[in-house]
Design a protein around this ligand. Structure first.
Ligand SMILES: [Ca+2]
Ligand SMILES: [Cu+2]
Length: 210
């Protein structure tokens, strides 16, 4: 995914209307009071994968009192179905990133792990409304330990985590199920044996690869 870090100059140019566009997709805005990271959420899958294209944005804010606010909004998701959401991070020297889709081939959760890393903080599963939208907003203590490394905290990854939203109704039948004969809906989850790929397949991802 392409990203753009907004410098003071370009932000000013955009603000006074000379930039031609509003703030770009991946913005990092820092000031003395809070660290605030806003990312677009972009489709993980290639457009050739049915019902896989959604969009959204996420903001991770480190508040002065130490709390970390996580906001996720998205549209174009499978309506009335649950969508797993997590903060993922590789926690290594290599940056976290979003995986790239390929035509005709689903990016599974496992496929994406080298790019976005393991689940570090599960967010509550959101059920999309009838229009396929979700809107989530919550606060966590910055010292919340991460799933794969309890000595590292949420506050440490506020600027590097990838937000990943899961769940694609490939065959559009209104449920997550394994449907024999469908090229995509017949597949099983890469990480939960017996569960449909539709439940766990990543649909949206966003974050800074710093
Ligand atoms: Ca389905
Ligand atoms: Cu995830």
């Amino acid at each position: 995914m392409k990203k753009l870090m907004i410098s003071t100059t370009t932000a000013l140019v955009a603000a006074i209307g000379l930039g031609g566009t509003a703030l770009a997709a991946h913005d990092q805005v820092k000031n003395d009071k809070v660290d605030k990271y806003t990312y677009s959420l972009d489709p993980v899958q290639d457009p050739s994968i049915p019902n896989s294209q959604a969009s959204g944005s996420t903001t991770i804010t480190v508040l002065p009192n130490g709390d970390v606010k996580v906001k996720v909004t998205a549209t174009g998701l499978a309506p009335n179905l649950p969508h797993l959401m997590h903060l993922h991070d590789v926690l290594g020297s290599a940056p976290s990133d979003c995986p790239a889709g390929t035509p005709g081939d689903v990016v599974t959760v496992a496929d994406g792990l080298p790019a976005y890393g393991a689940i570090q903080l599960p967010l509550p599963t959101q059920v999309a409304d009838a229009g396929g939208s979700i809107s989530y907003n919550a606060k966590f203590p910055a010292d919340t330990p991460l799933a794969t490394d309890a000595s590292t905290t949420l506050g440490d990854i506020a600027g590097t985590a990838q937000v990943v939203v899961h769940g694609i109704d490939f065959d559009g039948n209104g449920e997550y199920a394994i449907v024999a004969g469908d090229p995509f809906a017949s597949q099983e989850s890469s990480i939960v044996p017996g569960a449909p790929l539709e439940l766990t397949a990543p649909v949206l991802c966003g974050g800074i690869d710093n």
